[in-house]
Write a protein that binds this ligand. Sequence first.
Ligand SMILES: Cc1cc2nc3c(=O)[nH]c(=O)nc-3n(C[C@H](O)[C@H](O)[C@H](O)COP(=O)(O)OP(=O)(O)OC[C@H]3O[C@@H](n4cnc5c(N)ncnc54)[C@H](O)[C@@H]3O)c2cc1C
Length: 377
Amino acid sequence: MFKFTEEQIMIRDMVREFTKNEVEPRDKWMDENGFDWEVHKKLCEAGLMGIHLPEQYGGGGGDAVMSEIVINEIAKGSASVALFLDADWLAADMIYVHGSEEQKNHYLPLAAEGKIFAFGLTESNAGSDAAAIKSVAVKQPDGSYVLNGGKAWITNSGVADYYLIMAKTDPEAGAKGISVFIVPKDAEGLTVGKFEHKMGMCGSATCELSFDNIKLPADALVGKEGAGFKIAMMALDGARISIGAIASGLAQHAMEVAKNYANERVTFGKPIAKYQGVAFKFADMAAKIRAIDLMVWDTAQMKSEGQRHTVEAAELKLMSSKWCCEICDECIQVLGGNGYSREFHVERFYRDAKLLEIGEGTSEIQRMVISGAVLAK
Ligand SMILES: Cc1cc2nc3c(=O)[nH]c(=O)nc-3n(C[C@H](O)[C@H](O)[C@H](O)COP(=O)(O)OP(=O)(O)OC[C@H]3O[C@@H](n4cnc5c(N)ncnc54)[C@H](O)[C@@H]3O)c2cc1C
């Protein structure tokens, strides 16, 4: 049976308190106004931006389990803020896992202090089929690169300090011709488009990027030339655990609102929670949340131990995003007409939840990963 250590429980309780005081009260504001720099400042002050990084780089020394505890607790107050952290860590971890010592020494302390990172793979014509990206980085005689092309739907764009950009260095080589580059926000030739007007997750910033002859030094390359697709897929294996942690936190947030409502709302002389038709919804929700949690901690433990977790992370993402959407949907139903109102939060939770079935690989892509592994056995 998975059990948290005393240190993990201490961090969990600290982040729970932080979320209650600093994050949850801002969630509605973010839904209407977008990214909240005040919350970012508070995350930096609390040392949470770098909790996933080793202490030698100024981080908190947390492993994958600790990281998911933080994401899970934050998601109980705001799925958008949890998604912001997920994308930031996904990008910075590519440097931690695959970067040179010089890159780690330079960028990771910046990440730990709160500089924001973004992961740029998707393009307007290449999402699920990520190897079909068209952005290209051409190597120059002096070893530097010139980057052209663009990206779409990049979380943290517009607020990020550094972009981890996947681009073709050998356009004829398919997935094996993709490399990863660090592009600073002030790189000449980088244009960040307008903020997307999204259905949900509005507290996380999402824009298009365009690259016009951006000159990148040789040391902007992360890992080996041609290893970019593999690096990106490995990073997504980890990030999909975070999607599960967000799904659990968001579902718990929604269930809490619905539970309070069900205990207070009276119809036919009784609180609606007393009717089996309503009460059983909570049984299903609780069972799904427990199943998500077990998958999150188990897969995070695998990651912490350095085990490959591609299939487990895909299974977790597939089921947790589906169940989170179902739970948020049921919570709207519990609130009746009020569930449909912006005043009562649960409609926002549903809008936020839907992204979990799309970002970081759609549910169909997770099914391709899982079925491929199952049928190969
Ligand atoms: C809010 C938001 C934030 C995002 N953040 C990031 C980010 O930070 N970085 C980043 O790189 N990307 C990001 N994305 C992009 C996201 O990862 C893609 O949208 C996603 O991978 C799907 O790609 P697509 O939109 O091009 O859809 P498509 O690939 O065009 O797919 C359309 C539909 O067809 C289905 N489909 C496609 N191929 C198959 C197949 N072979 N079999 C069955 N079904 C299939 C898909 O599942 C989907 O339902 C973000 C997206 C959103 C909405």
